[in-house]
Design a protein around this ligand. Structure first.
Ligand code: SF4
Length: 432
């Protein structure tokens, strides 16, 4: 009788690429993968711990799994599992908790997946986490998230990730390129480079991110690469120029700013000031005027005065950027920021968050409007969603057209003609 397994992933793209790799191991051993929430024999939950809500979601997921499959074997891994293994083991129904070093070793610890009398914890101190496990996602047919780096050596005062994922590390360029070739052989056209602090690639092998992207650029079969997120201080002019010259690396940047106030950047222990950040933005726009730039920003960090928020707002308003990822500050026990005074009230945090969301909408709309009437290359996705199909331009504009099976997983030159009700852009494939 074929055993059934389901997966539930919380958190970032890196977590999704890792769950996908764990799932591939189950499939290779003859398991059938079904949707989370359906009756199964085994459930794997890959957790996140970036906010307190993430922890709560893990507990909710265990409850949901138990409800649909009371006898299922429940395995928990991920950042929350590394940070608080005992707390998770005490959740009723959990059978095994795997820390960062054990995430990909479930089959080394368990043979028959029968529920255990006592939950088992396999984990070690974070300083002992030195291994790098490669991973990539294979959930959709068009793009794959390739994990190129793990961990972080930075000490941003609001962040728990270094305590959950350990020191910055990576595979050698040669092995990473091998993974990209594997992805190409599976028919994917686009790779998104993901990790924790990907600009720090090479830390554990004495190589560099620039050398890596130069090597990946040569992999046959992959048409496009996106750099998921890169620290401003690690986004060098060489990387920007390389992206501009490459046929494959796309004019799409995601850069964490966190605050437009130098006072707060210091309190956060970020490794740049707003002036350096502005230099990076203008360098990108000088070399690639049509580039999409997405920015991470935190509102409500302890000590954020009205003036500090106004500095952030003005800085973003005056910057040539395309979209904001707005995060409300969340107290993470064990971080220096958790001990800081001048906590901001939830009401003020929500007001500031709303203001930045509105600014983001405005910037996004302006970016889309600026490209009406232009032609861009679009990689169309495979799925038919209520008679429509979607794709993204090189500079990350989402387009929608009536479903056409001949365009599945195909790149075409596309003329952007109008804004759809959904705010995506519509247009026509340019017949050459
Ligand atoms: S760079 Fe800072 S915010 Fe990002 S993972 Fe490292 S410590 Fe956390």
């Amino acid at each position: 009788m074929t055993k059934k397994v389901s997966f539930h992933t919380l958190g970032c793209k890196l977590n999704f690429s890792e769950t996908s790799t764990i799932a591939a191991d189950f499939l290779a051993r003859g398991f059938e993968k079904v949707k989370f929430g359906e009756p199964v024999d085994v459930v794997v939950i890959n957790t996140c711990t970036v906010t307190s809500i993430a922890d709560k979601k893990c507990r909710q997921a265990v409850k949901k799994a138990q409800k649909s499959s009371p006898d299922a074997f429940i395995a928990i891994t991920g950042c929350y599992a590394q940070l608080k293994p005992q707390e998770i083991a005490e959740i009723p129904g959990v059978d095994i908790v795997l820390g960062m070093n054990e995430k990909f070793k479930l089959f080394e610890h368990i043979e028959n997946f029968r529920k255990l009398k006592e939950p088992q914890i396999y984990s070690c101190e974070i300083d002992d986490v030195t291994r790098f496990d490669a991973a990539y996602s294979s959930n959709d047919r068009t793009r794959s998230f390739l994990k190129i780096q793990d961990g972080c050596d930075y000490v941003c005062t609001y962040c728990t990730i270094p305590k959950a994922r350990g020191m910055s590390r990576n595979d050698a360029i040669e092995k990473t390129v091998e993974k990209a070739r594997e992805i190409a052989e599976k028919g994917f056209k686009e790779i998104i480079l993901t990790g924790v602090n990907i600009g720090d690639f090479g830390r554990s092998t004495g190589e560099s991110f620039l050398d890596l992207i130069r090597a990946l650029d040569k992999v046959e079969g992959i048409e496009r690469y996106r750099i998921s997120s890169i620290e401003p201080n690690l986004l060098t002019e060489e990387i920007i120029r390389f992206t501009a010259d490459s046929q494959k690396f796309l004019p799409h940047f995601h850069i964490p700013l966190q605050s437009g106030s130098n006072k707060l950047l210091k309190l956060m222990k970020r490794r740049y000031n707003r002036e350096l950040f502005a230099v990076k933005i203008s360098k990108i726009k000088e070399i690639m005027p049509d580039a999409f730039i997405g920015i991470d920003v935190i509102v409500g960090f302890p000590g954020e005065s009205d003036k500090d928020f106004a500095d952030t707002y003005q800085f973003l308003e005056n910057s040539d950027i395309s979209f904001l990822h707005v995060f409300s500050y969340s107290i993470r026990p064990g971080t220096p920021a958790a001990e800081m005074n001048d906590k901001i009230s939830p009401k003020i945090i929500s007001e500031r968050s709303q203001k930045l969301h509105q600014l983001s909408e405005q910037k996004h709309k302006e970016f889309y409007q600026k490209h009406l009437g232009t032609q861009r290359k679009v990689l169309f996705e495979a799925s038919n969603s209520k008679g429509k199909m979607y794709g993204f331009t090189d500079n990350y504009i989402k387009v929608e057209i009536p479903f056409d099976k001949n365009l599945r997983n195909v790149t075409k030159l596309f003329e952007l003609t109008e804004i759809a009700e959904s705010h995506n852009l519509k247009g026509n494939v340019v017949i050459s």
